[in-house]
Design a protein around this ligand. Structure first.
Ligand code: MG
Length: 212
């Protein structure tokens, strides 16, 4: 039985970046993506609509932009220490993302994550189509991933921790025994059991009794 199961959001939690912005920077659609994000924040679009609209701006980009964008990813300070310490203590760590498997999977492997789930970009003839394939990872899908991984790892929900920064993380935070915001949006800050004000994921370790 795993001692803990820690589930991390990816964009602006496990990493410092928002991967859609890295991709948009290469398609010249940054301002369009920012406008869509703002409309979503104003409640004009739900998460899935805004995700699909942002991904649509990537249509026609060669798949090589994925590898190029990966080089710009910066792992959040303390993430490696958090993951290594939880794993060494017999726990498991997973990442669930409203971003994309194509960028998350190599990172998950590098960091030694036990689980990773994200959206998938559709590629035809070596180019992004601007569409997704498969189920959209929204707030509910993040909560479902936490439950599924808890069962898979033999971790009771009472030993689960969800870490995130955005509204999309609130459902998994409700399911987890301990919810942790990191430099989070006000709604998450107000809801999370604990909030980390610095960009240092190792600050989670004392909360798990694993340091200090
Ligand atoms: Mg995030």
């Amino acid at each position: 039985m795993a001692k803990f199961l820690v589930i991390l959001d990816v964009d602006s939690t496990l990493i410092e970046n928002e991967v859609i912005e890295l991709l948009a920077a290469r398609s010249g659609s940054e301002s369009e993506v920012t406008e869509i994000t703002n409309r979503a924040m104003n409640g004009e679009l739900d998460f899935e609509q805004s995700l699909r609209a942002r991904v649509a701006t990537l249509a026609g980009l060669p798949v090589s932009v994925i590898d190029e964008s990966r080089r710009d990813i910066r792992v959040t300070h303390g993430a490696r220490e958090l993951i290594a310490t939880v794993v060494a203590a017999g726990g498991r760590v997973g990442a669930v993302s409203g971003g994309f498997h194509e960028l998350l999977d190599p990172l998950a492997q590098e960091l030694g994550l036990d689980y990773a789930r994200a959206n998938r970009l559709e590629v035809v003839d070596g180019k992004l189509t601007g569409r997704l394939t498969g189920a959209v990872i929204d707030a509910q899908a993040k909560a479902d991933a936490l439950r599924e991984w808890a069962i898979d790892s033999g971790t009771p929900l009472s030993a689960t921790v969800a870490v995130g920064d955005g509204a999309n993380d609130l459902e998994m935070m409700k399911v987890a025994a301990l919810s942790v915001g990191i430099t989070a949006k006000p709604i998450v800050r107000a809801t999370a059991d604990v909030h980390i004000d610095t960009r240092d994921l190792s600050a989670l370790l004392p909360l798990l009794g694993l340091r200090g």
